[in-house]
Design a protein around this ligand. Structure first.
Ligand code: 3H9
Length: 713
């Protein structure tokens, strides 16, 4: 038909195949090809029914997000419009059967729902993930979905954005049959049977029996809006998706579609959609490293070995086992090993209880983790990850030991969060095999892995780390070897500024509330208490020699440490905790802060939430700009991905650097200059930030220019 759509006939059924790799997105040309193919199939007297199927690894994964990006930024000719193709499918005079494998997401599911029937292989995934892009289903999905699955399930699918597998879709009425074995053969046989049976063709838009009554729906919509507010805090699209589904339940189909379109267009023009679409592409761009082409050879990781069964080591072991990688887990003492394993077991048991996977899956995963006190079997490992205490001396000793044992092709990784990877590598005979794999706690859950590239790390080892991150279901971001790498290097000034803010007049609760209202997953003081004030104190001691004499540092944290207030684990830190670790404000901490301020000659004043946000977030942005200019992050977008996947930065703000662009770099620079004058040298403006602001450019412009120059190189 055209280069995207192919038409053939099989056993008296027209088979329309969509070929738009890699994910068969509905890019320009695909809908047109579909219409042509449908016309031809209807004209063909030998075809009694029509099957639409995806070529390659998937059905249709949605509208082309590049098109949406253009529409969101006001470029292009507006968002794509699929009304014509959907009506054309549904009005077909021959039965149309959608044959689904891989994913039918967003516009993909919307096309599928316009078919008269849907069949799918058992592991096919079907869903409406648009809210993850800051939009709602915009191709009649909010109108057809409740007609097929009912209002409550439609709300759940559209608000959560989570896909479901074929068996659940069958239960809900979203598909008509699960096909075991060959999908095309099964779909063709299904289509023939429908044609044999004859009769009227079911059109989703004409269904109404699952739309419910106004009385029953009232509580369902209220619950849906609650779910949206709770699980998608501060986000516009999930609430708007509920509005659109409400239109389905209260208006005729065509009017409901009009309403959906209005809401869709409002969403796509929002800052949130722009930020989330940026995040989507940024997450995929991080794997593109200019000097590491796709074809770079990677080491095959079948057997991993981990040193340290503490919180990090245990979490990394689970992440490996979850991906089917066998793990040797080594500790120095039996009690520590037992404790580590007990935590792993408990975590898995909780997942089984919550129905995330079966007991059988849990048993398989635990069986992949082999606890031990020796280096037995390490000689056969393909990857060794050291996850010991954060001490250079200890890490060097361990790397010396594993260098003597490991096979020559074994990747040697450290989970250090701050230490110099080159110094660690220097004690081995093979620095090219050494890399940092900085996982985030809990490592079985958090998606980020900072991949720290040392000066000698080989390209193959970096490529292996990226492939490993993908296999573990994580996002690997390659960063340079500077103090704290990217994430923690930006985190330190953020923490310090928050402490200055409380000394100057804010309270920990006010700072945390302002930050969570801004959208951070947790306030910074709550983070401190969770991570441990003792740990924060220890990290500070490692770098105390770098602090300049005469430059004032905040000191309340030191005082909390000396009082034994280590945070959640001791029941008290910046907050006081009950036995369920629920925090409350602590007057003792307030008194301590006031006393400290008084002793330091600091006059406390009212601090606004706006100042809290500016000082906390801009200091991070300023550090991010320095990191970027120094080359420790390849792109501003890489920094965004680090903060979105590892530090709880709100996705709908796109990450700190994207957020700076949306505020306007001139405004950010001007405020930083003011803070510099008022608060001193920690606020030294980053030259890159100042330059971009002077030129009226953004970090996104900087990335785009750099992408081009890197491609030329
Ligand atoms: C929508 O449908 C709106 C409608 O309701 C209404 C409109 C009016 N478009 O993720 P991967 C690219 S909104 C364009 O690494 P995986 C991706 O950038 C859409 N490109 O693979 C990457 O490119 P590159 C609703 C897309 O196997 C390559 O494909 N749908 C699209 O790990 C491989 O991607 C969604 O939100 C797209 N739709 O995961 C689904 N999708 O190689 C979004 C992917 O140059 N997609 N690309 O970096 C996904 O969730 C995953 O890509 C998927 C595959 C699960 C499909």
């Amino acid at each position: 038909m055209n280069k995207f759509v192919n038409l053939a006939t099989q056993d008296g059924v027209a088979v329309i195949t969509i070929n738009n790799p890699p994910v068969n997105a509905l890019s320009p040309g695909v809908p047109e090809g579909l219409v042509e193919a449908l016309d031809a199939a209807e004209r063909d007297p030998s075809a009694r029914a029509i099957v639409i199927i995806g070529g390659g690894r998937t059905f249709i994964a949605g509208a082309d997000i590049k098109e949406l990006e253009l529409a969101a930024s006001g470029r292009g000719s507006g968002p794509p419009e699929f009304h014509g193709i959907l009506a054309r499918i549904e009005d077909s005079t021959k039965p149309v059967v959608m044959a689904i494998h891989g994913t039918a997401l967003g516009g993909g599911n919307e096309v599928a729902m316009a078919g008269h029937y849907r069949v799918a292989v058992p592991d096919a995934q079907i869903g409406q993930p648009e809210v993850n892009l800051g939009i709602i289903p915009g191709a009649e999905g909010t109108q057809r979905l409740p007609r097929l699955v009912g209002v409550a399930a439609a709300i759940d699918l559209c608000v959560s954005g989570k896909p479901i597998r074929a068996p659940e879709a069958l239960k809900l009425g979203l598909i008509d049959r699960v096909i075991e074995g060959d999908l095309l053969a099964g779909a063709v046989a299904f289509a023939r049977a429908i044609a044999d049976k004859g009769g009227a063709l079911p059109k989703t838009r004409e269904l109404s029996d699952k739309l419910g009554s106004e009385f029953v729906n009232a509580s369902i919509f209220a619950a849906g809006r609650d779910q949206a507010r709770k699980t998608r805090r501060n986000m516009i699209a999930p609430l708007m998706a509920v509005d659109a589904i409400e239109a389905a339940a209260t208006l005729p189909f065509d009017e409901g579609c009009k309403k959906e379109r209005e809401i869709f267009e409002e969403c796509i023009a929002s800052d949130q959609a722009r930020a989330l679409i940026h995040a989507f592409f940024a997450e995929r761009a991080v794997a593109k490293i200019p000097d590491i082409p796709k074809e770079t050879a990677v080491y095959n990781i079948r057997q991993a070995a981990i040193i340290g069964a503490g919180t990090m080591g245990g979490g990394i072991a689970m992440a490996c086992a979850n991906a089917g990688i066998a793990v040797l887990l080594k500790e120095v003492e039996q009690t520590a090993l037992d404790r580590g394993l007990a935590i792993i077991r408990k975590n898995y048991e909780n997942s089984v209880k919550k129905g995330r996977f079966s007991q059988e899956v849990m048993d398989q995963r635990i069986a992949l983790i082999h606890p031990q006190l020796t280096y037995d079997g390490f000689a056969q490992a393909d990857l060794i990850i050291e996850a010991a205490f954060e001490s250079m001396e200890l890490k060097k000793r361990i790397f010396g030991e594993i260098d003597r044992i490991a096979q020559s092709d074994c990747v040697l990784a450290s989970n250090t969060s701050t230490l110099d990877i080159d110094e660690i590598a220097s004690v081995t005979s093979r620095p090219h095999m050494v890399i940092g794999l900085h996982f985030f706690s809990p490592a079985n859950v958090m998606r980020l892995v900072e991949i720290v590239r040392g000066k000698a790390t080989s390209r193959e080892v970096v490529a292996t780390a990226l492939a490993l991150a993908k296999k573990l279901g994580k996002v690997g971001v390659v960063v340079g070897n500077c103090r704290g790498f990217v994430g923690n290097r930006m985190m330190l000034p953020y923490m310090r500024e928050a402490q200055f803010l409380v000394e100057e007049g804010a309270t920990p609760e006010q700072v945390d509330r302002a930050l969570t209202n801004f959208g951070m997953a947790m306030g910074i003081f709550a983070v401190d208490d969770m991570g441990g004030i003792d740990l924060a104190w220890r990290v500070r001691q490692e770098y105390k020699h770098l602090e300049k004499p005469g430059v004032r540092m905040p000191i309340v944290l030191e005082k909390l440490f000396h009082l034994g207030r280590y945070g959640q684990k001791t029941g008290a830190g910046w907050y006081r905790y009950d036995e369920n670790r629920k925090p409350t404000a602590d007057p003792e901490v307030h008194a301590l802060i006031e006393k400290t301020a008084h002793e330091g000659g600091i006059e406390r004043r009212h601090i606004s939430d706006d100042e809290i946000i500016e000082r906390s977030i801009y200091i991070m942005i300023n550090e991010g700009a320095k990191i970027l200019e120094e080359g420790y992050a390849l792109r501003a977008a890489d920094i965004d991905v680090i903060y979105l996947t590892g530090y709880g930065f709100p996705a709908y703000r796109g990450g700190p650097m994207w957020y700076a662009d949306t505020v306007g770099l001139k405004q950010v620079r001007d405020r930083i200059r003011e803070f510099h004058e008022k608060h001193g040298e920690f606020w030294e403006p980053a030259p890159l930030l100042a330059k971009l602001a002077d030129q009226g450019e953004t970090f996104a412009d900087y990335d785009a220019a750099r992408e081009q120059s890197l491609a030329v190189a």
